[in-house]
Design a protein around this ligand. Structure first.
Ligand code: NAI
Length: 331
């Protein structure tokens, strides 16, 4: 399995997650690889060939966040490059109310399914004239149908009742219109799952008013990126929300959060988002007993309310959370 510690808080939370995944009975041979800033500083490229070879060989990756500089400076996003290289077309982010976590809502249990390979993330941008820049949004029927199929099949597997497409087809009539047309076609083949649509701005308002009413959300890349963080905020923040990038051959698991430069290196990052991503990984690689054990221990730790990092209102360090989880796992 390819292990990418990543940048910022990445090495801290990935080390914690790897430890408790093993303590829960997960069996791996980790192949540790550098990417992003760590790789750039050492080998002059943020995506070394050794990393690509390792992921191709192992077909499963566990990854910390990678730094991408804002604006014109620096290299293009390594996350986007990895998703494109391995055609990791579905970004799946389960978001649910967790025990012992203070939040304005209870009973939230939704899954964000984000198209992961196109939209404005194609990175096609150019200056047309001084002061005028064009950024191209690419939406294809193939990718739209594929992500819609993924969302409905996931909904079926997870016994979900509803898929909601979130869009801005009132303005982007062709691109978002195509995305919706594909989703509608796929919906027709899944009569047992209710299908509906919401314009993205209205969806954001509904999500912060009545998040309990949502089930599976189907979104293009950019809306999915933004709405995932919004949804993370509904259940206690980025320190808790896991994710998976799924393709036909390769899958890479990672938390929704970024490198958190404001707290990197201080040993105070919440490792639970990485740990819940590890739970998803364990299920994906056919180790459900270890996954269940780890998930139960993490939920118990939260419910105890005594060992919590600062983002959850506590004072515990990453190491203390990890040690407490190990203690719960050894019972
Ligand atoms: P961020 O997610 O790194 O941080 C946002 C806020 O959430 C910060 O206040 C941070 O301290 C807090 N936070 C995030 N994770 C936390 C955790 N585990 N425990 C406690 N607090 C946590 O988002 P930001 O600041 O927008 O991005 C920073 C960098 O991360 C950028 O270079 C960005 O490109 C990169 N990034 C990488 C991602 C990836 O590799 N998948 C995803 C998102 C951002």
């Amino acid at each position: 399995m390819t292990l990418i510690p990543g940048d910022g808080i990445g090495p801290e939370v990935i080390a914690a997650a790897a430890r408790v995944m093993e303590a829960a009975g997960g069996r791996f041979r980790w192949d540790v690889q550098k990417a992003g800033k760590a790789a750039f500083d050492e080998c002059g490229t943020p995506i070394p060939d050794a990393l690509i070879r390792s992921i191709r060989r192992n077909r499963v990756g566990f990854k910390g966040p990678l730094e991408t500089q804002v604006g014109r400076v620096g290299y293009r996003s390594v996350n986007v490059a990895l998703r494109k290289t391995f055609d990791l077309y579905a970004n799946v982010r389960p978001i649910r109310t967790l025990p012992g976590v203070r939040s304005p809502f209870s009973g939230v249990d939704l899954i964000v399914v984000r198209e992961n390979t196109e939209d404005v993330y194609s990175g096609i941008e150019h200056q047309i004239a001084p002061g005028v820049v064009e950024s191209v949004k690419v939406i294809t029927a193939r990718a739209s149908r594929r992500i819609a199929r993924y969302a409905f099949e996931l909904a079926g597997r997870e016994r979900r009742r509803r898929v909601t497409s979130i869009h801005k087809a009132n303005i982007m009539k062709l691109s978002d219109g195509l995305f919706l047309a594909c989703a509608r076609q796929v919906a027709k083949r899944h009569a047992r799952i209710k299908y509906d649509e919401l314009i993205v701005d209205n969806a954001c308002m509904q999500l912060v008013l009545r998040p309990q009413e949502f089930d599976v959300l189907l979104l293009e890349n950019l809306y999915g990126d933004i709405v995932s963080d919004l949804c993370a905020g509904l259940v206690g923040g980025l320190g808790l929300v896991p994710g998976a990038n799924i393709g036909n051959r390769v899958a890479i698991f990672e938390a929704v959060h970024g490198t958190a430069p404001d707290i990197a290196g201080k040993g105070v990052a919440n490792p639970l988002a990485a740990i819940f991503s590890g739970v998803m990984l364990l299920r994906h690689v056919g180790q459900p007993a270890a996954a269940d054990r780890l998930e139960r221990a993490a939920l118990r730790l939260l419910a105890e309310r005594r060992t919590r990092t600062r983002d959850l209102g506590g004072t515990a360090t990453t190491a203390q959370v990890t040690e407490r989880l190990e203690a719960l796992l050894s019972r």
